[in-house]
Write a protein that binds this ligand. Structure first.
Ligand code: B12
Length: 420
């Protein structure tokens, strides 16, 4: 059954300001340019195809390059010897997003090449299942978020997974302490919920049918409970995925409808305030603003009319005042603390660069689909299950990464080695 035909779409988001949506879409365009191709991001393609917008030939070209890059690196061929980005094998989650991108173009993985991609993703999931272990005491090497993404991707291609693979995610949702490391639970349970919703609609694991239905119910309750006074589910950036899930709920209720409306209003206000700068975040949001979710990839509508995006020319900003930001790293010895001057509007990354230039500070990053991820500070790499957490003093974790967060004058930013 096509999910989008369901008559009970309680949280469906009606009528959104089309100019606002267009401005969001325009932020994706630079990522599809030649110069950005080393940062290929299948999520951007998926988000665009499920939105009310299109990028015409750029979009087709982007998919073409995605295919070249992913198939070559996954099927063991080298695409371009000079470019190390293409030689890194995609992770489980990246492969899953690539499969979602193919489906967003109404393609089904098939043939010899397709079968190999599917087997690869199945192998990834089997390995993760082993890492979690018979007693469910272990952790996946990646995360339950990527585990859910993997199941979802195979499901929209109607590829069956062993009950025991699905069982691990069911167990994790039922015993939520496994998913409750830190602040990430809403994104993770929402992704699990999208995977289960797909499985429920496609009936790919009939033996687990009742457990799957119960898990969806359970996840919905968890997400509703996580609604903040402002209306977000979790935080502003987990709200798009949460809404993708709740919107497609087949169990409408007044409570759910009201909660979704409140979340939608909060989300739209934050979009207006410019909270959505990150391309990955925009790619998770655009489907919601078009009343779509990843589950719609079961039977995507590739003929739906979409508005053509026109690139905008950014006007360079005028010289600004200088602000001071205190940068603090207590978890190294000797601890680092320094006041750094940067132009107002600089990102945290600009602050780190400046601190490094002034000497006495060092950092390293790794490029990811969300942008540059801080991997080491003062030569200290985050170890297994550790990460360099970004905080505003005294103790508020930032909701954005180093490339997007813009510190205010007089603010103290702490980099803290934390576990997750
Ligand atoms: C799992 C996860 C983490 C794990 C990643 C470790 C791991 N091995 O999986 C941990 C706990 C370390 C983490 C840390 C952070 N995270 Co996080 N994370 C996620 C989550 C749930 C899934 C990411 C994923 O697997 N994607 C799928 C794979 C296929 O894509 P990928 O690019 O290969 O994945 C890598 C990156 O996403 C990277 N990563 C994870 N979080 C972040 C955040 C930023 C800003 C960057 C650049 C990279 C990054 O780790 C992934 C694994 O290698 C997302 C949820 C979401 N909606 O996307 C949030 C999410 C991306 N994280 C977020 C944030 C804010 C952070 C932190 C900045 C929090 C903080 N105050 O320190 C830090 C990053 C700090 C740094 N060092 O740069 C926000 C980003 C919002 C935004 N505006 O862009 C999200 C959306 C969660 C949320 N709702 O707030 N995160």
């Amino acid at each position: 059954m096509a999910v989008k035909e369901s008559s009970h779409q309680v949280g469906e988001i009606p009528q959104v300001d089309s100019k606002l949506v267009e401005r969001l879409g325009q932020r994706l365009l630079p990522w599809m340019d030649w110069l950005s191709l080393e940062h290929l991001n299948p999520s951007i393609y998926v988000g665009l195809r499920l939105s009310s917008l299109q990028a015409g030939a750029r979009e087709a070209f982007y998919l073409h390059i995605l295919k070249l890059s992913y198939q070559h690196s996954l099927l063991g061929l080298t695409f371009n010897d000079d470019n190390s980005d293409y030689q890194d094998k995609p992770s489980m989650g990246q492969l899953a997003l690539y499969l979602l991108a193919l489906r967003a173009n109404c393609e089904l993985v098939e043939g010899r090449k397709g079968d190999r991609l599917v087997s690869q993703l199945k192998r990834f999931l089997e390995d993760e299942k082993k890492a979690i272990g018979h007693n469910n005491k272990g952790q996946p090497h990646t995360s339950y978020y990527q585990y859910g993404l993997g199941i979802l991707a195979l499901c929209v291609h109607q590829k069956r997974l062993h009950d025991s693979v699905v069982g691990k995610l069911l167990y994790a949702v039922e015993h939520e302490q496994h998913l409750h490391q830190g602040h990430l639970s809403v994104d993770t349970v929402a992704m699990a919920g999208l995977a289960f919703t797909c499985l429920e609609h496609s009936n790919l694991n009939p033996n687990r049918k009742h457990q799957i239905t119960r898990a969806i119910e359970n996840i919905r309750e968890k997400i509703l409970k996580a609604q903040t006074p402002e209306g977000y589910f979790g935080n502003v950036y987990s709200t798009p995925l949460a809404l993708q899930l709740l919107m497609k709920s087949s169990m409408p209720g007044v409570e759910l409808g009201t909660a979704c409306l409140k979340a939608r209003a909060a989300l739209l206000a934050s979009v207006q305030d410019g909270a959505f700068q990150n391309a990955l975040m925009i790619s998770q949001l655009l489907p919601v603003l078009n009343g779509k979710s990843y589950v719609d990839l079961i039977s995507p509508d590739c003929e739906a009319p979409r508005v053509m995006l026109e690139p905008v020319v950014e006007t360079p900003s005028s010289p600004q005042e200088v602000i001071r930001v205190v940068l603090k790293v207590p978890s190294v010895s000797p601890p680092y603390i320094n006041s750094i001057s940067v132009p107002a509007g600089s990102s945290l990354e600009d602050v780190l660069k400046k601190a490094q230039k002034l000497r006495g500070f060092m950092y390293g990053t790794q490029n990811t689909l969300s942008g540059p991820f801080l991997t080491s500070v003062m030569g200290k790499e985050a170890g297994e299950r550790e990460f360099w957490q970004l905080l505003r003093a005294p103790d508020t974790p930032l909701l954005q990464g180093i490339a997007e967060y813009t510190p205010k004058d007089g603010e103290t930013i702490e980099l803290r080695l934390a576990t997750w």
